[in-house]
Design a protein around this ligand. Structure first.
Ligand SMILES: *Cc1c(COP(=O)(O)O)cnc(C)c1O
Length: 495
């Protein structure tokens, strides 16, 4: 029987209550299911909506609100999201998105993110099952890239961080673990090499590392956009003659502008000859090894010392899910492990476990990126992921062929993977910068397809990066049709 005493305790509980869990779990269930259904509806009807639309100022104003002191109803907050955020995303999930190298995400990945959020695991270390899930992904990536048993790996936000961490590892390998304490000295004189098509995060990694981006030699590329191996070797010899200390080569497995893949086997050979760490930035391309049609393009990738790549690009795992694979996990420990008392290990219990990610990378608190990656690999299987990449490349090749047939269009770079750079050619045969930039802006405003604008050899280029598993031939046809239509409208004789 309910007593007065019980009533008193309930009143005290209410007063002291600080838990953020709901009072009414039934109501929460209804609202939660509604939120899930709304998102499924959105994904199911994506193709009928614009790729992108400019967010109106009324939407932006809602996010210039005062700090909420008191509670709001979850349903009301969700309504704001549904009406003011959801329609104004950047569009990378949309089949017509070709602007930048961004993944499309999947429903499986989305659901796994929800589960990971519920569990709220911290993957810095200790003895719990989420750590084992991350170790499973390390073992699978070893298998994907034919790396040895000694190899280690770690999830990071993205390839920008993975490239940065690789620079730190290479620095430690060259100068020894003591450099962590002493820092670089005038005698260190480290220099590294990459092509001048390398991604901008690589020079930034040198800035952040304290080595300085001037110490990253940018080597010319050949007509396929690959690093010029002879020029690379000349640069290394020149630096050695001057008493500098070459320590690292960074190859690209898919350059950001054109998708070119460096000759990785040749880079391995050079790295061996001059005792350099060989890192590969495979952010956009490396997972292409999952496609039997594409794997040959990455010959030699299994020989690198470290490999950065993004599950969130071609792997279609929702953001963020960058990864660094390292040939010898001991190199990671040498670079990052420390023995703070509050991180001490026990032989058993929760503070046990023999693999603590915080010893292998820069982060202590880490989310459960491994879960959405595990769900993605398990539910789709790597064959389907590889097939989607192969289909992207097929679309890119057909687009290039079509461009070659259209007198008003010109292909500006060979198509190695899934990126096509081309331009609208004016009536006078020149490539007008203003028309090409206008075309891209106009396409974004129309919202059916969204390529981006880049520059190649000083020329403006319309860039279609076909990364999304949802993109179809019809989307590519739409791109060509719209470029020709907008271009011809602009390209009227001056009077
Ligand atoms: C996207 C990209 C990066 C940066 O990766 P993030 O995951 O965005 O940090 C680095 N290199 C290349 C070639 C890329 O395409």
């Amino acid at each position: 029987m309910f007593s007065l005493q019980d009533a008193g305790r309930a009143a005290i509980d209410r007063q002291e209550r600080t838990s953020l869990d709901p009072d009414d779990w039934q109501a929460l269930r209804r609202q939660g299911h509604q939120m899930l259904d709304d998102m499924f509806d959105h994904l199911q009807t994506l193709g009928t909506k614009p790729v992108w639309q400019h967010a109106p100022s009324s939407a932006r104003a809602l996010f210039d609100a005062p700090l909420p002191i008191e509670a709001s109803d979850l349903a009301e907050v969700h309504a704001i999201f549904r009406e003011k955020v959801l329609p104004y995303g950047s569009g990378n999930i949309h089949p017509g998105f070709m602007g930048w190298v961004q993944g499309g995400g999947t429903v499986t990945g989305m659901l796994a993110e929800m589960l990971a959020g519920g569990l709220n695991a911290n993957l810095g270390g200790r003895d719990h099952m989420p750590i084992e899930v991350e170790r499973q992904i390390i073992r699978w990536t070893r298998e994907i890239f034919s790396f040895p048993e000694t190899a280690g790996g770690i999830f990071l936000t993205g390839a920008s961080q993975a490239n940065f961490v690789a620079v730190q590892i290479a620095r430690c390998r060259k100068l020894g673990r003591d450099v962590r304490a002493t820092g670089l000295s005038d005698e260190s004189r480290l220099v590294a090499y990459a092509s001048n098509e390398v991604h901008g995060c690589v020079p930034r990694a040198f800035e952040m590392s304290g080595i300085g981006s001037d110490q990253l030699r940018r080597i010319a590329v050949n007509n396929l956009g690959q690093i010029d191996i002879d020029a690379l070797e000349q640069a290394i010899l020149r630096d050695r003659r001057e008493g500098l200390v070459p320590f690292l080569i960074i190859g690209s497995a898919g350059t950001v502008n054109t998708g070119a893949v460096d000759d990785l086997a040749a880079l391995r050979h050079i790295a061996d000859s001059y005792d350099l760490h060989f890192h590969v930035d495979g952010a956009l391309g490396a997972l292409g090894v999952l496609s039997p049609d594409l794997a040959h393009l990455f010959a030699g990738i299994d020989s690198c010392d470290s490999l950065a790549f993004d599950f969130h690009k071609w792997g279609q795992v929702p953001y963020d899910a960058g990864f660094l694979l390292v040939r010898d996990s001991e190199w990671q420990r040498q670079t990052f492990a420390s023995d703070a008392a509050y991180l001490s290990r026990a032989a058993s219990g929760l503070a046990g476990g023999d693999w603590w990610p915080c010893d292998y990378g820069p982060d202590l608190s880490r989310g459960f990126r491994a879960l959405k990656t595990w769900f993605t690999l398990k539910t789709y299987g790597v064959k389907a992921l590889g097939d989607a990449m192969s289909a992207n490349c097929r679309l890119a090749r057909r687009l290039a062929e079509r461009i070659d047939r259209e007198p008003q269009l010109k292909l500006l770079a060979p198509v190695a993977l899934n990126i096509v750079c081309f331009a609208y050619v004016g009536a006078d045969g020149a490539i007008p910068a203003s028309i090409n930039s206008h075309i891209v802006e106009r396409l974004h405003a129309e919202g059916r397809v969204a390529p981006s604008l880049t520059h190649l050899n000083g020329q403006p280029a319309i860039r279609a990066a076909i990364v999304n598993h949802r993109t179809r031939q019809a989307d590519v046809d739409q791109l060509v049709h719209s470029v020709l239509t907008i271009g011809s409208r602009q390209d009227l004789p001056q009077c």
